[in-house]
Design a protein around this ligand. Sequence first.
Ligand code: NAD
Length: 258
Amino acid sequence: MSTIAITGAASGIGLATRKLLEASGHRVIGVDLRDVEVVADLATPAGRATMVDGVSLACDGVLDGLVAAAGLFSSYPAELVVSVNYFGAVATLNDLRPLLAKGESPSAVAISSNSTIVTPPLPDVTSCCLADDEDGARVAAEKGGSDLTYPASKLALARWVRRNAVEPDWIGEGIRLNAVAPGLISTPMTAEAEARILAVGDRFPVPMARAGTADEVAGLLAYLLSPEASFFCGSVVFMDGGTEAALRGEDWPAPLSA
Ligand code: NAD
């Protein structure tokens, strides 16, 4: 049995992952705003500290797995979106890393998004995130608006994962760090926007002509957490019914540029 912390465990993908892991005999410590073991607001430094204290106490200082799933969609104020989606997720990963370093076959997974490749960039938000400048990111987000801040925060998160996964603190300590980039998934987050997004057409083609399910993403997350995924390090796994392949079939994989 492994002990796994999941943020955003009260709903959608986080809840589906919790149920799948618990059905396989694992122990899950949920973090969210309600209905979980550790109630903490990941939008604020104080809430992030509460998260670290609560998880550390609940797992007795040792974690085998971690999923940073808490997130907000673009219906929320842009500065809140960037604080939760990037700074809350990075604090979760960074601050719980020492607990993972003591775990068995430890693995952490962040949830990015395929919106990173279907929405125009907001470079100031992404660069402030990667420079660890939360105040600057919030100002840039407010200027750019929530629709563009959501993918910018998820792009920064995917890049943070790729930068850090290969470093001594992570894989050097035996901790696998990866990200998933889901396309449109039917959850409470997207309930209102789902029909509109599926009707967008050429700018957001979905060759499978449907939204994914939280259970489908949970299956991928459970796999990436498991010892069977022992050679994954720094991957960003798109799971989107074919959108990424349809839009960038020839762009990726790309050879080294000269
Ligand atoms: P959801 O709204 O069902 O679940 C998100 C959870 O995060 C909720 O339980 C919410 O309470 C929690 N949360 C929000 N703000 C928080 C905060 N400040 N502190 C603590 N918890 C907070 O959404 P979901 O679709 O399950 O999304 C899970 C993750 O997957 C998110 O990061 C989302 O951006 C990402 N994602 C979702 C989709 C999709 O189409 N649903 C696609 C790509 C990526």
